[in-house]
Design a protein around this ligand. Structure first.
Ligand code: NAG
Ligand code: NAG
Ligand code: NAG
Length: 421
């Protein structure tokens, strides 16, 4: 029916346009329309007097049922279009929930994702009625990799595939499904007691190098892994052991200066993209517990941080931080915070940081790389929207590390989260 009314609208529009060109055609058509209608009116209304009321009533009822029939048709049409649109959206995003009846799904994934009714019915404390397993909805997009990941012998050794797991995480498959196999173990011999462990070089033998280009730390030290990690595994030579205690530029703030700004004490913190954990190590020396968030991109960051006696968190920045609101006294982040993509993506991240930081807590943005002035302005505007107090704010320029002579812009700031009411 929708298409019928569309055609009528179209026709009258064309009729109006034509009338501008030729009034003769216009008059002729007007005449024919009027006479047709008059004939129709005559044909429908002509009937003996005593039957007229009955006919009118009959027509009204017929017309109403006709109209409601057509309305129902239109609604069905709209409903089916909406379903089609949703289906297209799902196909585009790959966000269809995993279809467990698909024969290509690994059996272990089916077992893991099965719902289980609680034996005693609804739990009065939580209100839940069944146990469900959680897996990232984007896992469906990487069905092949996921099947490979879930293909193992139950209670046997897992394939040596942590890098496959990371690949899935980077494609948004987070959280990963749990597995019922034993992860490959690496004997951790020669770990030092805390706090000696903070600065002792880590042996090549106690980390897993599978799936990585380098097979020893010496190889990693010769590489620039990221803006925040240049030789960051070298705790003895190089500059890693000077970070946060010795400034190399006005963008480098010292840990003791920042700690002095924290009212009410800084006791626990979160370091985003924290490289080899040096920020957490310096904080540990000051009795502040810091969790270091990092994946293992091109290097065994997590094992290295753990070997130093620090807390590594293996989580991508696409994932909501697994912490409750208002818990951290301090959040530290450097260029690793730059998640790329649309501005909204960065905004979601900033709001999540704001969420886990307590009122009065500090957000330390440390040498954040801004590719150009516009990026710096956008970032500044975003930060200002949060209403933080700027305790420190330094915009600096450095010659770029590639040596092209181009100046790069860096922003360092210590911001205090306000109390919002
Ligand atoms: C019902 O519709 C017909 C045309 O289909 C029309 O001639 C008639 O006047 C309508 N009746 C009422 C009561 O609206
Ligand atoms: C540091 O440098 C010295 C001298 O160049 C070298 O002997 C030593 O092995 C280096 N230490 C590390 C951990 O790289
Ligand atoms: C850290 O805590 C220990 C044990 O309570 C204490 O001896 C030490 O002085 C503290 N260090 C700092 C820098 O506060």
């Amino acid at each position: 029916m929708g298409s019928v009314s569309l055609k009528i609208g179209d026709g009258s529009a064309r009729f109006r346009r034509a009338s501008l060109c030729s009034s003769a055609v216009n008059l002729l058509m007007l005449f024919s329309v009027i006479t047709t209608n008059l004939f129709a009116l005559y044909a429908f209304t002509y009937s003996p007097k005593d039957h007229q009321t009955y006919h009118l009533l009959h027509h009204t009822q017929k017309n109403i049922s006709l109209i409601s029939e057509q309305v129902a048709l239109i609604l069905r049409e709209i409903d089916s279009s909406q379903k089609k649109l949703a289906q297209m959206e799902k196909e585009l995003l790959g966000y269809e929930s995993i279809d467990l009846s698909n024969p290509n799904i690994a059996n272990e994934l089916k077992v893991f994702l099965q719902h289980h009714q609680l034996p005693l019915g609804k739990d009065s404390k939580t209100g839940i009625t069944e146990m469900v397993a959680s897996v990232g909805h984007s896992c469906e997009k990487s069905a092949g990799l996921l099947s490979q990941y879930m293909n193992y012998k139950v209670s046997g050794p897992c394939p040596d595939d942590w890098s496959l797991a990371q690949k899935l995480i980077l494609r948004g498959c987070e959280p990963l499904p749990r597995r019922r196999c034993f992860a490959k173990t690496v004997p951790k011999v020669g770990l030092d007691p805390f706090p000696i462990s903070l600065w002792k070089p880590v042996s090549d033998k106690i980390v897993s190098w599978s799936g990585l280009g380098c097979k020893k730390f010496e190889c990693l030290n010769a590489k620039k892994l990221s803006r925040d990690c240049v030789g960051c595994f070298d705790l003895v030579n190089g500059s890693e052991n000077e970070r946060f205690v010795k400034a190399r530029s006005k963008n480098d703030f010292l840990i003791d200066d920042v700690l002095a700004l924290g009212s009410g004490g800084i006791r626990i913190g979160f370091d985003i993209g924290g490289g080899s954990g040096t920020f957490a190590a310096r904080m540990a020396e000051r009795n502040v517990t810091v969790i270091t968030n990092t994946l293992n991109i091109e290097a065994p960051f997590n094992e290295f941080i753990a070997a130093r006696g620090l807390f590594p968190l293996f989580l991508s920045l696409d994932h909501t931080f697994p912490f409750h609101d208002n818990v951290f006294d301090l959040v530290h982040a450097a260029s690793g915070l730059d998640v790329g993509g649309k501005p909204e993506k960065f905004e979601f991240l900033m709001f999540d940081i704001d969420r886990i930081l307590r009122a009065g807590g500090l957000f330390w943005l440390d040498n954040f790389y801004c590719s150009d002035d516009e990026k710096k302005r956008d970032l500044t505007r975003l930060i200002e929207r949060f209403g933080y107090k700027k305790l420190k704010w330094v915009v600096g320029e450095k010659a770029d590390t590639a040596g092209s002579g181009k100046l790069e812009i860096y922003l360092s700031a210590v911001l205090q989260k306000p109390v919002r009411v």
